[in-house]
Design a protein around this ligand. Structure first.
Ligand code: GTR
Length: 394
């Protein structure tokens, strides 16, 4: 009996992993939903029409069909500084650890924020906030473990504050427990077909951290950059789309339901992601498992919600699962939205060579040699992109 079960599991894995398409010639013909046309069919040619009509329409379409609602009401929020050490990293930084406690209807969620602030700063510092979806030790506040996933010393030495929270505080990353965080405050979301799920909860938590930054004197709250890798990259994009207080977004290898065009069905598909991670997106999203062409959005529309703010995205050469070609295409599609604001992006028509980065552009990009990961190479280019844009911000 045991052997039969094992054989069935192996068989379904083989069938499933081969069901994905990696052949560019087999990408189906598709038509993307128009970015600059309202639901009522009106062309959008001005920032005012974009901001008043089209952008809110796109946000609602993503809420109802993909990421779920973003509840904004709660009863109270408190920031408790648990740890404050003025001189860490051999005197180069201050470490603060803060509990962000949010209450609603007698329930509480508590997000633990780790924050290093450069001691070299003369003014409030711009900050990189990482949504950590990997092992908690990747953002070790003691620095006994120094991971490339969050190279805090490199960021401090470049003059940036660096912060992180772990997704498990907001919504544990598994089907049995994702409701044990933020969703305790909003239980009604769990039964709504367009209700918030895990990725929405991670983005919600990032916004509560923004609430904290707005009253931390050492942080420049007008220069908060949200960073995420893979599923964290999807959450970083949704954070920036929902909350315009974030000045910049960095989505590393975000792939399907990140920046990659879903209709290409190359690598990971909507059906695949919904069956592997049914608790990430709203239930309505599953309606498109076998019918991606009827989805009223595609991921270039998520990218458009970051405009006119700078956005940097990446791919890795061996990470075909995340569809590098479809990810770069998505950025190209959004140039007309930045153009409404008079912002020209300097993207090439085809992706740059491996290891080259597009920095001097409102949308930046690189494809790194190697596997699906967030590495020092990625961060070094994030810093270059921030160095290019931050001095231009008020
Ligand atoms: C994969 C998933 C991707 C991506 C990735 C990750 O299993 O299919 O969409 O989120 O996990 O987070 O590394």
């Amino acid at each position: 009996m045991r052997r039969i079960i094992v054989l069935c599991v192996v068989f379904s894995w083989v069938v499933n992993s081969h069901a994905q398409n990696y052949d560019e010639l087999k990408v189906p013909a598709y038509t993307l939903p128009a970015l600059l046309k309202t639901v009522a069919g009106k062309s959008v040619n001005t920032v005012s029409d974009w901001e008043k009509i089209r952008r809110p329409e796109i946000v609602s379409l993503f809420e109802d069909n993909v990421y779920g609602q973003m509840p904004k009401q709660f009863d109270s929020i408190r920031f408790v500084v648990g740890n404050d050490i003025k001189n860490v990293m051999a005197g180069r930084a201050e470490l603060k650890e803060i509990q962000i406690n949010v209450w609603k209807n007698g329930k509480r969620v508590s997000i633990h924020l780790i924050e290093f602030i450069p001691n070299s700063r003369r003014k409030a510092a711009p900050v990189f906030l990482l949504i950590n979806n990997r092992a908690p030790d990747r953002t070790d506040p003691t620095r006994a473990i120094k991971a490339q996933f969050w190279p805090a010393e490199t960021l401090i030495d470049s003059g940036y504050a660096v912060a992180a929270f772990h997704v498990s505080d907001a919504a544990p990353d598994n089907a049995d427990h994702f409701q044990d965080g933020v969703l305790q405050l909003y239980p009604e979301q769990l039964t709504m077909p367009n209700g918030m799920k895990a990725i929405g909860a991670w983005a919600w938590a990032a916004s509560r951290i923004m609430d904290y930054f707005e009253q931390d004197q050492s942080i420049d709250a007008k220069k908060v950059m949200v960073v995420g890798h893979s599923r964290g990259g999807k959450a970083a994009l949704w954070t920036g789309a929902q909350d315009k207080r974030f000045a910049m977004v960095f989505a590393n290898c975000s792939g399907n339901t990140g920046v990659a065009i879903a209709r290409r069905q190359y690598g990971e598909t909507i059906k695949k992601i919904n069956s592997s991670f049914p608790y990430w997106f709203c239930d309505n999203y599953k309606k498109f498992n076998d019918n991606v062409d009827s989805l009223p959005v595609d991921q270039h529309m998520l990218v458009s919600l970051i405009a006119p703010r700078p956005l940097y995205t990446t791919n890795a050469s061996k990470d075909l699962w995340a569809d590098p070609t479809g990810s770069f295409l998505s950025l190209n599609e959004v140039e007309p939205v930045y153009a409404l604001y008079g912002k020209k992006s300097n993207l090439s028509k085809i992706a740059p060579a491996q290891g080259d980065a597009i920095i001097a552009s409102v949308m930046g990009y690189h494809i790194r040699e190697g596997i699906h990961d967030l590495t020092l190479f990625d961060w070094v280019n994030f810093i270059r992109f921030a160095n290019y844009h931050i001095p231009k911000m008020k």
